[in-house]
Ligand binder design. Structure first.
Ligand code: SF4
Ligand code: SF4
Length: 202
């Protein structure tokens, strides 16, 4: 197995339920998943989407490579783990990770990161963020089942993926619509999606 996350950009609404679930699953102090709002201007229209990101359990994890305490390990199923018992809080891994996925906990003086909820996985459950998402935008992915060209490896707003090769993929809908657009009168989904919804309703 090579486990990772799939994020469906056409579904995520930026509600942050995944962040909250992550925080409470990991002690209630830090959320290892964070939702970023990404905006850009395209042909005079402000477009935005939400990137719900955590550790990407990379193929070539820089955290693993640089940690002087050898606090990182990678399981056979691809999950990159961090051992708080070895960590001395030097934050070398935070500086090295292109996604700044590890986070420093000032209460413990140690760094932590998403462990893909291995305690839940090993009990046959989904990670807490996936379970909490009300619109099913997040999915667990086995990259061995990847169909080339179906999922995207990079989207606007994400750091460079060439160094660590994240186990993260993005799904966009077949028409390529993945952003919400702000127009006069408020924030709406883009035209194509709006047309489809009106057709569904009528
Ligand atoms: S996202 Fe960062 S912390 Fe996670 S495996 Fe990749 S390099 Fe390590
Ligand atoms: S819970 Fe789902 S819809 Fe809400 S921010 Fe997270 S991924 Fe997006």
């Amino acid at each position: 197995m090579a486990l990772g996350f799939l994020l469906d950009l056409s579904r995520c609404t930026g509600c942050r339920a995944c962040e909250t679930a992550c925080r409470y699953e990991h002690g209630g102090v830090l959320a290892f998943r964070r939702v970023q709002r990404v905006e850009r201007q395209v042909a005079g229209t402000l477009q935005l989407c939400f990137l719900s990101l955590a550790c990407n359990h990379c193929e070539h994890p820089e955290c693993f490579r640089v940690c002087p305490q050898r606090a990182y390990s990678k399981r056979r199923d691809g999950v990159v783990l961090h051992s708080p018992g070895r960590c001395n809080g030097c934050n070398t891994c935070i500086r090295a990770c292109p996604f700044q996925a590890p986070r420093y906990n000032p209460l413990t003086g140690k760094t932590g990161k998403c462990d893909l909820c291995v305690h839940r996985l090993d009990a046959g459950l989904s990670p807490a963020c996936i379970e909490a998402c009300p619109v099913k935008a997040l999915h667990l992915l086995d990259l061995r089942a990847e169909r080339e060209g179906v999922w995207q490896r990079w989207v606007y707003g994400l750091s460079d993926v060439s160094l660590t090769r994240p186990s993260l993929r993005f799904k966009i809908n077949p028409a390529g619509r993945r952003y919400f657009a702000r127009r006069p009168g408020g924030l709406r989904e883009d035209k194509g999606e709006g047309r489809r919804r009106r057709a569904d309703a009528g």
